[in-house]
Design a protein. Structure first.
Length: 377
């Protein structure tokens, strides 16, 4: 791993690693005929979209600002989806999206007149089954608000829409489980799908994970597409940017209270929120599984339980030493916040030729402006 003399904390996106994932995505498209649209809710760092655009077909969104960002900076197909649109939201994106996917039949009825003649219209369906390891992220969880349940479908709606979207995965690394989900969807919703032009199967299919059987996935997608005569879409996020980006931090202090804690100039609460939300410890490049020196990698926030992980090292850590928090792209940069007034990480990209390109940096004025533009006198 190359070392750079840059002020921490910062994100470093590796172009070569990104292209490695994108080549797998390209192979999947060629074998299956599926179209791929980048899920901006996972990764929206548009400074590297020029690398991604040649491989994917467009973007998909979860809110109006993501629709605008995809349209302006990525191009291709722009899919608009939201769990709950306002009328102003729909009007804001009606002229720039290619597909508008509604979360409910009531939203479809309320706003379809604003979209007709401008974009292809879709509806999200909830298949009632999913592949998600955490209940918090399970679209088919009890009382789910995400999509229309099979028992609540008004069958006449399929005569007036162009497509549907299912999203029922979260980091699905098992192709066989996904094929079972496809079979369940085909059996339960097949008669409806036969009337449509396109079907999106959402995101969370981790086809770039080491050892994933891409060919088996491609066969399943192609079979499904041909059976129902629809254009299939996947909405990858993590699959595109996994293992491409490090969050680089510096050890600023070492304290001991039964365990040694290395405090770094970053925080999960502010800079790597999913580590905290899902209780999924981070990995550190410099760590060794069998090292004799064990440390809590703790953040510099005031939240007592805010830590990246517990890790072992071959040598004692030192104040001033840099650590690389691995795999820090997905659901990370999109969730950055100013908790504790901590310095926001800069964002860089290491190009294939070794050059380092600065994509963004933040300062005190950005923090101040995020809270107020003027004071009350």
């Amino acid at each position: 791993m190359k070392k750079f003399d840059l002020k921490t904390p910062y994100f470093m996106i590796d172009e070569a690693s990104l292209i490695r994932n994108l080549e797998i995505a390209k192979h999947l498209k060629e074998l299956s005929g599926v179209k791929l649209v980048l899920a901006l809710k996972c990764f929206s760092t548009w400074g590297v979209f020029d690398i991604i655009k040649p491989y994917l077909d467009g973007t998909t969104s979860s809110g109006p600002y993501e629709v605008k960002l995809g349209h302006e900076t990525f191009g291709g197909e722009t899919h608009a989806y939201s769990v709950g649109y306002s009328e102003d939201d729909v009007k804001e994106v009606a002229d720039i999206c290619d597909k508008m996917i509604f979360n409910s039949q009531s939203q479809l009825m309320a706003y379809r007149h604003l979209i007709e003649g401008k974009a292809s219209i879709g509806l999200r369906l909830n298949p009632g089954v999913s592949y998600a390891g955490q209940d918090l992220a399970n679209p088919a969880r009890k009382f789910s608000r995400l999509g229309v349940q099979a028992d609540n479908i008004d069958e006449s709606v399929f005569d007036s829409i162009d497509g549907v979207m299912f999203h029922m995965n979260c980091e699905n690394k098992d192709v066989d489980s996904f094929v079972h989900l496809l079979d369940a969807i085909s059996e339960r919703f097949g008669a409806y799908l036969d009337k449509l032009d396109w079907v999106s199967l959402g995101g969370g299919v981790f086809f770039t994970w080491p050892g994933y059987d891409v060919e088996k996935l491609a066969i399943a997608l192609k079979t499904f597409s041909e059976k129902h005569c629809v254009q299939l879409y996947l909405e990858p996020g993590e699959a595109i940017i996994t293992k491409t980006t490090d969050l680089v931090v510096t050890v600023v202090d070492i304290v001991e209270n039964e365990m040694r804690t290395a405090i770094v100039d970053s925080a999960t609460e502010a800079h790597r929120l999913d580590t905290l939300i899902y209780n999924e410890p981070a990995s550190v490049f410099e760590a060794s599984g069998n090292g004799e020196y064990e440390y809590v990698i703790g953040s510099c926030s005031c939240l007592a339980g805010d830590q990246f992980c517990v890790a072992k090292f071959d040598k004692p850590l030192e104040i001033g030493q840099k650590l690389h928090i691995l795999d820090s792209a997905g659901y990370t940069m999109v969730k950055l916040n100013w908790f504790n007034g901590l310095k926001m990480p800069s964002v860089y990209c290491q190009r294939k030729n070794g050059d380092v390109q600065k994509l963004n940096e933040f300062g005190y004025q950005d923090f101040k402006r995020s809270l107020s533009l003027w004071s009350v006198h």
